[in-house]
Design a protein around this ligand. Sequence first.
Ligand SMILES: *Cc1c(COP(=O)(O)O)cnc(C)c1O
Length: 386
Amino acid sequence: MNISEILNHLGEDREQYFNAISPPIIQSSNFAFPNLHQFRTAFADELNQHVYSRGNNPTVEILRKKLAALEGTEDALVFSSGAGAIAAAVIGNVQTGDHIICQQAPYSWTSALLRKFLARFGVEHTFVDGTDLRNIEAAYRPNTKVLYLESPNTMTFECQDLAACATWAKAKGVVTMIDNSYSSPLYQQPATFGIDIVLHSGTKYLNGHSDVVVGVLCASKEMVRKLFESELMTLGGILSPHDAALVIRGLRTLPLRLQRSDASARWILDKLDDHPKVERVWYPFHHQFEQLELAQKQMGGCGGLFSVQFKTDSPEKMEAFIHRLKRFLMAVSWGGHESLIIPTIGFYHIPGRENPTIPWTFCRFYIGLEEPEWLWEDLEQAMEVL
Ligand SMILES: *Cc1c(COP(=O)(O)O)cnc(C)c1O
């Protein structure tokens, strides 16, 4: 389906609500039935009917339809956070004694889900370098039930070959899932490569305004129904109708925002290429990127996230650089209107957060919707102290 059709019309039934352009926020926990027949019909299909808003809600449903269409899957669920969507997908596909293969550097709380949470329930896991399918094959055990991918991930942007992973997993009866937050459905549609479940922190690009925390899960009708009936309904991590309306609004401008971030990031990366204080950069479509060919094969673009390793001899200079930046906010998350920096030197002193593969000279940047020239001015003046 055409992207404009999805973002402007799909799921919206304006005659139901006074021909309003902007869909109403149906702020209701429950729905009344005029007769027993309709009551029974609705109860038989809580996923698609309107019975109680923990299950389905008309405003949330509009969002679900748009997200499924964007990812090219049959159906979608939304959750109160990306972490909630990820947990539902993983938990819903394992039981005690099962084993999960996961790419080696997923989002931190995804890693915690496997290492801390699921380990308590006797679910095993192996983290592997997913840049080579042979590592995934070698980690396989007869009790492997899930292959968890994050391609690219969001610090160093390691990729997995989605088509090869999906083909291998299908032959083994292993369910594949991917955190697709980095690319958004506009730049990568994992279902087209055969991946079973596509997950998002919709907090990032999909909402895009740094004002909602939301999770997305896209999959087949059968998988969505299974996860709806257990993880969504029993754990109850749902999105409110009000937040759903904000995300619907955010989605309207997704292509514009993503193209702007992508173009500005590339413009700034070009400048960084020639800069004497830059050791190297990480960006999937950058000429220095080890997996450039694979990234270009399965992605349509990259967006606004990249990382830089700076050339400097002292942590004090690194700290001075960070304090001189005025137009980049120091904050976690990304995908909103505002440009951001996460300096690894900011969390290296916290036990458990040291990462031997990422040096203290490393910073992750997110380029938002500001003018790239204005951002570059700030970066350039700050780099003088390195
Ligand atoms: C932010 C993020 C998450 C977690 O999503 P929340 O909406 O914060 O729960 C998961 N994966 C990636 C790649 C993220 O950036």
